[in-house]
Ligand binder design. Structure first.
Ligand SMILES: *[C@@H]1O[C@H](CO)[C@@H](O)[C@H](O)[C@H]1NC(C)=O
Length: 613
């Protein structure tokens, strides 16, 4: 066989033997393994198992069943063990569900523990197949998931697409792409004394963890912790809010369990619980291995206190009073729509929703005018009954009075109510729980509405003249979750951002830090502690196990010289040796050499130097 190899142009470079087909074949295969395999591992599709979950009747288009409750309420005092589920935008009854009891919780934990014992032994490859199958289901059923979430909470389909679908897909994508790296053994510096050791951290699943999650994103708040827990090798108990009991039990729980079963795993690995305070308490005291809680500071404190009895570690995400600081040089046409979404996304029921806008005096009046024009045009109503709704309903009943009082108090203290400020009775849907999109200006930090999370469609605007003034307004609450700064001047923008007390900050954007699921989510102060999402989130559901072993086991192992062995026959020598050892490792070069000489003397010659005892 003649080779087409151009040996002529550089005859000395390649030895004829190297141009032999066998050698070339070996080189080819080696380079394929070295170069192509890692690339292929990155881009290769992960297998996915298709599965189906029937969409509940109540979420189908045109559903008109279910009596309209005259006075919608989640709980009937006559039947305290039942959850009355209804569409908060119409008052239509969806289902009445039995609240889970303490016994249910303990039984659920037992089943999850059994399933987890097997799950802990699965490979990342197997876990990835589960997540990929889940992702494919979500992609196929985006509309259904949003309809179910909307039916249960009164949110619009767009709010669902952003807050339920997009972020969940990104959580899965990030976990598939980077989760394994975040959990692989991490080598650490063993130090000079232990140079012959390998030191590393292993991330081991905690076991069965619990997530007690809020109702504002019933799909995402459930699946976020679930994705993280499962990928790290845990089982999980999910205590959904009673406000989201219908969507959780009739659809979301089935998605998770069907997915696991379809992939050949035990669906009992994930347990869904719905109920009131008793149920939550039972979960916290059940002996789960870790707790993630999303909710109010008040309940967060109770959970941390209760969990402390078993020393169960907690991650607490407790809401915020997030700011958007708007500097004088911004393009108002670009910023106004972002602020609108930041405030009115999910009807203001958003942990990182913008609750305070702090605007430079030069652009204040113009911005208020632009925002006011937009707010006046917002269309409110039941998102599944009427087309083109901007703001849905509030999910929790009975909030109108408290919000109205808070607005009125601010007005009495000098704030200006530009729009809204009241509950809204929809002419066709009088049982809907609506609050009129509200615009308040001239706010001051001491007002209640400037301090307490409103979790409602209320835009609250402050004015500032110096950057430091803006920072001190922003810093003035006990909350410190997210924050957003808008400034064309990067230097000023960064100055503000660097001085904000917050767990997260975005320059010239809103919510970007959550769309980057590679970043940890969490707050400072009364916004809680611990982080979910990103590598920190995965590691938060793991035990961190520190491990050492010999680097060259046949060459060198820890050896205790006779002078240091119990029983000691010469404590004075032992003290000299240990002192010299410390000097050898940590002292300057001169002292190190001195210490080596001394140690040799003591060990080899039985030494005569004595440390003062
Ligand atoms: C705001 O809080 C940050 C972080 O705690 C701090 O560094 C800064 O000095 C505070 N600034 C003001 C004006 O309160």
């Amino acid at each position: 066989m003649t080779l087409a190899w151009p040996v002529d142009w550089c005859p000395s470079a390649i030895h004829p033997a190297l141009a032999h087909p066998a050698v070339l074949a070996i080189l080819g295969v080696t380079s394929a393994v070295v170069v192509i395999r890692p690339i292929w591992n990155r881009i290769r599709p992960i297998p996915s198992v298709p599965f189906q979950v029937p969409l509940p009747e109540e979420a189908k288009p045109g559903w008109k069943g279910g009596a309209i409750l005259p006075n919608p309420s989640i709980r009937d005092p006559a039947h305290p063990d039942q959850i009355i589920c209804y569409d908060p935008s119409t008052g239509r009854h969806l289902a009445t569900i039995r609240a889970h009891t303490k016994d249910d919780v303990h039984a659920a934990l037992k089943r999850a523990r059994q399933a987890q014992a097997k799950w802990a032994k699965t490979t990342f490859e197997q876990r990835k197949i589960v997540l990929q199958s889940l992702l494919d289901f979500i992609l196929e059923n985006q509309g259904s998931i949003c309809r179910v979430a909307s039916r249960d909470t009164g949110k619009t389909m767009i709010d669902g697409k952003f807050g339920e679908i997009l972020v969940t897909c990104e959580r899965i994508r990030w976990t598939l792409a980077h989760g394994e790296d975040a959990l692989k053994d991490e080598c650490r510096d063993p130090g000079l004394l232990m140079f012959y050791k390998e030191a590393k951290v292993e991330y081991r699943p905690m076991g069965v963890v619990a997530a007690l999650v809020s109702w504002n994103y019933p799909f995402h708040n459930t699946f976020g912790p679930l994705i993280t827990a499962l990928f790290a090798g845990n089982g999980i108990l999910i205590k959904a809010s009673e406000q989201a009991a219908w969507s959780t039990t009739t659809y979301f729980a089935k998605i998770a369990q069907t997915c696991l079963a379809a992939c050949g795993h035990d669906p009992e690995l994930v347990q869904f619980l719905v109920g009131f305070q008793e149920c939550g308490e039972a979960v916290v005291t059940s002996g789960v291995d870790g707790i993630t809680f999303i909710g109010s500071p008040q309940v967060g404190v109770t959970i941390a206190t209760t969990a402390a009895a078993n020393l169960t570690p907690c991650v607490l995400e407790l809401g915020g009073k997030d700011v958007a600081v708007v500097n004088k040089d911004v393009d108002l046409n670009a910023v106004a729509p972002v602020l609108m979404r930041g405030v009115f996304q999910n009807c203001g029921q958003n942990c990182i929703g913008i609750e305070r806008i702090i605007v430079h005096e030069d652009v204040h009046d113009r911005l208020v005018e632009m925002l006011s024009d937009r707010i006046k045009q917002l269309k409110q109503g039941p998102p599944l009954e009427i087309e083109n709704i901007d703001c849905g309903s509030l999910t929790m009943a009975g909030r109108t009075k408290g919000l109205e009082d808070m607005v009125q108090e601010a007005v009495r203290q000098g704030a200006k109510l530009v729009h809204g400020g009241k509950g809204f009775v929809h002419p066709q849907f009088p049982q809907g729980q609506f609050f009129t999109p509200t615009l308040l200006t001239q706010l001051k930090s001491h007002m209640t509405i400037a301090q307490e999370e409103s979790f409602a469609p209320i835009m609250a605007i402050f004015k500032f003249s110096t950057l430091d003034e803006a920072i001190s307004i922003a810093n003035s609450t006990r909350y410190a979750l997210g924050s957003n700064v808008f400034s064309r001047n990067q230097k000023e923008g960064l100055y503000i951002m660097n001085n904000l007390r917050a767990g997260m900050s975005n320059l010239n954007d809103f919510g970007a830090s959550y769309l980057c699921q590679s970043l940890p989510f969490g707050g400072v102060g009364m916004s809680g502690y611990g982080r979910f999402a990103g590598p920190e989130g995965l590691r938060a559901v793991c035990h961190q196990k520190s491990v050492t072993r010999d680097r060259w086991p046949s060459l060198i192992q820890t050896f205790l010289p006779p002078v240091l062995q119990y029983p000691m026959n010469n404590v004075g020598d032992a003290i000299v040796v240990t002192r010299d050892l410390v000097n050898i490792v940590y002292n300057g070069w001169f002292n190190r050499v001195k210490a080596v000489v001394e140690i040799v003397k003591v060990i080899a010659l039985g030494g005569n130097e004595r440390e003062q005892l």
